[in-house]
Design a protein around this ligand. Structure first.
Ligand code: SF4
Ligand code: SF4
Length: 156
């Protein structure tokens, strides 16, 4: 087992019992499964509002760790990077990946078994093939007009 989850400050099964707006900061952050999918570039159909994820990733994404390579100063480099909070989730849930824990709970759905909070192991998000580990293309290598060639199917 790698990276055991530090449960200090987390209420038991908080993701099943506590409303998103009532989570403490530690619980809010623990909801993130570390998949990196929210750092994939998206295409939004202006007519239908449908959002498609692509394999083309933000220039700061490290797809070995699935983490932001410059998290502390990311807004200076990528000003459009959003900060997901209890106040902003309502505006952003629609474009978040379908497997994203914040979107799932916002939509009243349960977390998947591979979520580290349930498995107790941060590796399970990679083993389940949910994370972006090893399959993205940096945005500086693909012209924006060609992103549609890299659309991925999302699990429902
Ligand atoms: S998609 Fe959601 S769960 Fe995955 S890294 Fe982004 S915020 Fe975290
Ligand atoms: S700046 Fe960092 S956190 Fe924001 S989308 Fe890019 S890689 Fe993800």
């Amino acid at each position: 087992m790698s990276d055991p989850i530090n449960s200090h400050g987390l209420r038991d099964n908080f993701w099943e019992r506590v409303k998103l707006k009532n989570l403490n900061q530690k619980e809010w952050e623990a909801l993130c499964d570390g998949c990196g999918r929210c750092c994939l570039n998206k295409l939004e159909d202006p007519d239908t509002g449908e959002v498609a994820l692509t394999r083309v990733a933000c220039r700061l994404l490290d797809d070995k760790t699935c983490q932001c390579g410059q998290y502390e100063i990311r807004k200076q480099i990528v000003p459009v990077c959003i900060v997901l909070t209890t106040e902003t989730i309502a505006d952003h849930a629609y474009w978040l990946p379908k497997t994203c824990a914040y979107r799932l709970l916002w939509e009243g759905k349960p977390l998947y078994d591979w979520h580290p909070l349930i498995s107790g192991d941060a590796q399970t998000v990679h083993d389940a093939g949910i994370s972006v580990q090893g399959w993205t293309i940096p945005e500086f290598e693909v012209d924006e007009d060609d992103w549609e060639d890299y659309i991925i199917e999302e699990e429902d």
